[in-house]
Design a protein around this ligand. Structure first.
Ligand code: ZN
Ligand code: ZN
Length: 389
């Protein structure tokens, strides 16, 4: 799956080795000790500029280790060489402990010269030795964070290819392709049953991006559960939700999942990460709705559900337009202001996302009669008009 023509695009790595020779670098370090530079002959070399004092660097190292190990398993002859931005040798050693690849021995002057030669102005930076490699400015680090080992051979062409695959996946939304993973074509239920993806065929699907640590997500989970249960009761099995978790660990994921009546993508699965990127999910909670035909209906399902609950089904634009029109009509039928026997001030017709009715103490949304003087709300249905006669 890694680009088949990488040998053509990767220039001879003698350039890097030549620079090392010119700078007097005779050996590199591995976790076991000194390694002659000549061991890199014939390998695809990438330089990794990073420092232990830098948090984004420390966070990136495990992602790069994963990539390195995956590519080695694919028998790609890759070598990464760490060039340190650390200010002292202790930081360098501490950082290098976490890396399975090679390092240029700690030497502040030498590091500075190499940093200048490669014009590295930020860390972490990853510099592949190929002629059309993604440059530091084009954000190869971001590309690796997004695509992991699939980013290999780190060329612009490969990056364009990957973006094209994402667009196709988003537009075709083939559920088996979107939600399938290396472990197989199944999801898991709140009580840990494996549910085959084929059971989703013909249904409207909500991809719910959320996490247990996020209070807005927990609040939305309550609304979504309500809508889900109402829909199941009213329309049967036409709708399903799949949790795409951004929980911090498996334990938290299990707690999160156990509070939900729907399905989830297994936590171990990279698909969770891929789906966030494919649907460009920037914040949570988010709900992406996919129709029975496999086409994306909306990426803004959260607003639909929090506004209209189960009523929003099937979540199409025309359905939302109808709901909005009905709401407008309801408002037009109500008086702009009223006097109620239960309250001493005049009440004005108002629109609120959510309120509690001060008469029946129950939740309300949209139209309310509210008081400008004190914090008082009344369901239009709880109104008892003052009899003026
Ligand atoms: Zn009421
Ligand atoms: Zn009042």
């Amino acid at each position: 799956m890694a680009g088949l023509n990488f040998e053509a695009t990767h220039t001879d790595n003698r350039d890097i080795l030549k620079i090392f020779a010119a700078e007097g670098v005779e050996f590199l370090l591995s976790c076991e000790g000194k390694v002659p530079v000549s061991e890199c002959n014939g390998k695809i070399i990438c330089l990794f500029f990073t420092a232990n004092w830098c948090r984004p660097c420390r966070a990136f190292v495990p992602r790069l280790v994963e990539l390195y190990e995956t590519l080695r398993k694919r028998r790609i002859n890759l070598e990464i060489i760490f060039i340190s931005f650390d200010r002292d040798e202790d930081g360098f050693k501490e950082h290098f402990k976490n890396m399975p690849w090679l390092a240029v021995p700690f030497d502040l002057n030498l590091h500075r010269r190499l940093i200048d030669r490669y014009q590295v102005d930020r860390i972490p930076s990853f510099v592949p030795s190929c002629s059309d490699g993604i440059t530091i400015e084009e954000d190869l680090i971001g590309c690796i964070e997004d695509y992991g080992a699939d980013a290999f051979p780190f060329t612009r062409k490969r990056h364009e290819e990957l973006k094209g695959i994402d667009i196709r996946k988003r537009e075709e939304a083939d559920l088996e392709e979107l939600l399938g993973h290396e472990g197989g074509k199944f999801l898991i239920s709140g009580d840990d049953r494996k549910v085959p993806l084929s059971e989703l065929a013909g249904k409207t699907i909500g991809l719910y991006f959320g996490a247990y640590w996020s209070p807005p997500c927990c609040a939305f989970t309550v609304q979504l559960t309500d809508a889900y249960n109402n829909l199941k009761a009213a329309k049967g099995d036409c709708f399903e939700i799949v949790l795409i978790s951004t929980d911090r660990d498996l334990e938290e994921f299990n707690v999160n999942k156990s509070t939900m009546p729907w399905l989830a993508v297994p936590y171990e699965d990279r698909t969770r990460h891929d789906l966030r990127r494919i649907f460009d999910v920037k914040g949570i909670p988010a709900l992406v709705l996919i129709g029975p035909d496999g086409k994306v209906i909306s990426v803004n399902g959260k607003l639909m559900v929090s506004s209209y609950g189960a009523e929003a089904f099937p979540f199409t634009e025309s359905r939302i337009r109808d709901l909005e029109a009905a709401l407008r009509k309801e408002g037009e039928a109500l008086p702009p202001q009223v006097e109620d026997v239960k309250h001493e001030h005049v009440l004005k017709l108002d629109m609120a996302k959510a309120y509690v009715c001060d008469s029946c103490k129950k939740q309300g949304k949209f139209w309310t009669f509210s008081c400008d003087v004190c914090d008082y709300d009344l369901h239009p249905s709880c109104l008892e008009k003052v009899n003026k006669d």
